[in-house]
Structures are given as C-alpha cells and as structure tokens.
Design a protein around this ligand. Sequence first.
Ligand code: SAT
Ligand code: MN
Length: 581
Amino acid sequence: MTTSNAALRSWVEEVAKLTRPEAIHWCDGSDAEYKSLVESMLTSGDLVALNQDTYPECYLHRSDPSDVARVEHLTFVCTPDKADAGPNNNWMSPDEAHEQMDELYAGCMRGRTMYVIPYCMGPIDSPYARCGVELSDSPYVAANMKLMTRMGKPALERIEREGKFVRGLHSTGELDPDRRFIMHFPEELLIQSYGSGYGGNALLGKKCHALRIASWQARQEGWLAEHMLIVEIESPEGEKHFIAAAFPSACGKTNLAMLIPPESLSGWKVRTIGDDIAWLHLDEDGQLRAVNPESGYFGVVPGTNAKTNRNAFDMIRHDAIFTNVAVTADNEPWWEDKGEGEPATDWRGRPFKADSGPAAHPNSRFTVSAKQNPSYSPLADDPKGVPISAIVFGGRRRELAPLVYQARDWQHGVLVGASVASETTAAATGKVGVTRRDPMAMKPFCGYNYGDYWRHWLSFAEKSDKLPQVFHVNWFRRGPQGEFLWPGFGENLRVLRWIIDRCEGRSGAQETPIGHLPRAADLDLDGLEIASETIEQLLSVDPDSWQAEFAHLEEYLQEFGSRVPEGLQAELEKTAAALRG
Ligand code: SAT
Ligand code: MN
C-alpha cells in the first residue's frame, strides 16, 4: 500500500532513510490487521493472553518498569520564540531539538517494522475533525491506535482529499529514560517521540496531537481543544443536556462520563460522548458544540469495580488491552479495588508479595473501543457534535474548594478555569499528592503560552452571546480524619442536576465572593444519607483561606508577565476585593 499524497509519501521515505526499518507496513485499520498485530505480539511476548474464557480477546502488555506514565519533564514545545511556548512548557529551539532527535532516530528501527498509521481525530465526515499520520516501530502503538482513533483507510482517504495532516514520528528506542523525549513543533504540525512505549508518550493522536498541537491550531482557527469529558444527561421528562468537564488526569473523568444514576434518581439517563478530550467550536448560531476526537478510552484501571463504574467494569471484560495490571492464578487481570479475585503476579510479572507495594501499577490502564461502553452515545459519531450547556472545571482538593459553584459570567468563568489546582496523581512521573496549579486541567497539555491561551478563551465573549455557563466542582473534599465528605460517583448526578437547573434558570443559589453556590435546600439530596453538617462543610466558603488562595494565584499569574490578559487580571482583582469584604 502507498498513497497518492506526495507529501506523505516523501515523508515516509525520508523517515525510513533515517531510521532504517526492515519493513514498512501501511495500516488499513481492518479487524484482520488488528488480529495479526495481536498474533505477532503474542509471539514476541509484547502481549500476554489473559483468560480467554472469562476475558475473551483480552491481552496484557507489561511496559518497561521505567516507562509507566507520561514524562512531563521530558516533554517540550519547540517554537522559534521561547516566549510563545510560555513558562507552562519546557522549551527547546526547533533547530536544537531537530538535531538531537535526528541523532536518536538514526538507524533506530533496524530490524523492526515501521507502521504507517493514518488516523482521524473526530467523526470521519465532520468538518471539525483533523487527521494525522503516526510512524511508529511499535505494534502495541498500532494496535492501540486502532482502538483509540478512527484509524486506517478512511482516514488516509480524507488526508488524500484534504492534503493537510499532523505528522507524528515515534520510536520506542532503547527505553532508556536518559534517551527519552516528547517533542512538539507546532509550526510544523509535527510531533517527535523517542524512548517510551507508554500511553500519552507514544499514542501520539491523544495528548500530543489532540491537545498540544490541536490547542495551537485551535487558537489560529478560532476554536478550543480541551482536556474535557463530554457527557449527555437526559431527565425523566426527556430533556437533554450536554456538559463538558475538565479535570486533571486520573481525577475521575472516565467515571463521570459513564455515571450510573443512583436508585433514588431513577428515570435519569447518562450517556458518554467522550471521556478525555473535547474539541469545541461555535456554530453559525453562536452555540458552542463539542466533538470527541477519540473513539476509544485509555482509562485508569485501579478502582474500577461494579460499584464505582459498572459500565467500565463490564466494557473491559472483552476485546481490551490491559497495560501494567496484575494477574490472578486463573490468568484474569487484577487490580486494586477490583472487588473480586486475588493477585498471583504483580504488574511486573513477579510473584505478588503483599508487602512490596500495589499489585497493579497505580497508573495501569485499559484500552477499549468506545463502542463497547454500555452507556455509549451514538451522538459521539455526529459530525455536527453536541451543543454544550455547561462547562465544568474541577480538581482534586482536600480543602478549600466547595462541592460546586457557578461563575458569574464567561469572563469570571475563564478565571475559575485558570484557578484550577489539583493534587498530582500517578498519571505522570513525579511526586503524587502535592497540590499544583493546573489551569483548565491543561498544564501538561497546552501547546502554547498560557497567557495567550487565556486571552483566546476570553475572546469567545465577543463572538457569541450564547456561551455555556461555567462551573467548578470538587468531589475530593476531605474531613478532619481524611475521609471524603462527598460520596461521589453516581451521586455526582445531584450536582450535575443543580448545574443544569442553573443553566435553565430553575434553581436557586447564594451569592458569595467566589461565585454562586447552592444552599443545601437547592440540591436534591433525597435518598442520600449525609449529615447536614457535612453538607454545610461542603458548601462553605472560608474568606481567609480563599484570600490566601488568591494571593497564591496572583503570584502564579505573574509568571506569565505581560501575556496575562487584562480581562483575567481585572476579574482576579474583582474577586480578591470581594473576598476582602
Ligand atoms: O498517558 S495518557 O496521557 O495517555 C493518560 C493521561 O495521563 O490522562
Ligand atoms: Mn487525560
């Protein structure tokens, strides 16, 4: 196979000349191809077959123990002017980065097959979709891209029609952490990744393309590429709303996108459009519409059980690739809080010992096609996307942030998004549990200067008077004993209902310096066992702690100097003044 697109043809030739693969395979995206990728990985040991009676077509991949998460310190944005990458990104000059990467790539695919992986991010016939081609020497990447994206022939045909595509070059290299880089060249629409075979470092359609490069393209073209789930909520009366919500990695986006209503809210239906990334465009009427660029999930496994996320639990019982989970004596995948079975072997393939840490890696993942999700919404394939009623930001905060609050208007909403902070998780290499600023949950993913990004967000107010309402939630508030104050999971629908009612002008709120908060009576808490003091705690705003928070936020924003837009600064001062009383 080859292509009529001359640019793609010559790029493939050029890369082959540099990396010297033994063979080149053009992926067509067929099921037969997926099967043969799996077969060859079973032979090479890249995949291990799990129990085929209880977990049909499920396989386990064990990544190198030094290669289990995204590596933010090795991720770079390479713009000619350092200031365009901003203090939120590591920067290297494009010339230096190219020189370094060419050296690493020289001959790196000797004896290996190079897969040419054409893919489309977004419904294949959507004007909002964008295509890319990843060249990779990893069959694991090719197989995962088949599950995660619209990969193969239709994508290549679209590239041949349109001409334009994002280029991604990936080699697992030696898996040496000292020879590992994830480089982005936004002006060249190019990604180069070396030395990692893991998730967001290697599946270049996901964070590298659909967020870092896409956020850059989105600013130029007037849309937004965001780290957001998209969920469809239908009331018992048949009223439908779509909510887009941004949370940092491993803060429950997948669980919220697949929420199962509690028994006391029967009649409500929740369906998933996307669990990680949203591309947002204004339509001719000024309505913000969202498409999910992906067609599969790369979700966190630990904690997934019949109670926390029944949909995910069921959807990963067949045709799934597991990465870095443990295995039971019956050869079933196992993870912490699975709620059944026991580990025999840990994620590294060693006999499990209770005193040597978790059996499954805390960032172990499943990859499945979205169509396997029992709550999959067919609207995920709608080329027009879905109309968004509300944008929700959130983080993992033990203290401070109340259960939910609403921004006063769009400009205030941008400040609320910019003020997101969260405790770090195992999704990225580094210390877990320290609070860091993560505006719009995009800290690891915004492909350009945050100051310019906030300016771009603010500019939407001039383009439409029908923008969604903006909210902030915190499911992770803790009490004095470290216990979670809010039950979370399915019960989060109660908060989403208040959000929808606010959008429709139907529910009450009290005004506070940080925005509109529900009073306990404004939330439907019927059938929920929760003490009224706990609710009071969840809905309280402590002015002193918030003043300290704003002082910290102001200091943080100063890092972005003159790139911080006036609108954001003004909004910050307004809230700070209100907090002072
Ligand atoms: O490693 S990924 O970026 O694919 C997953 C995540 O961190 O959300
Ligand atoms: Mn994510």
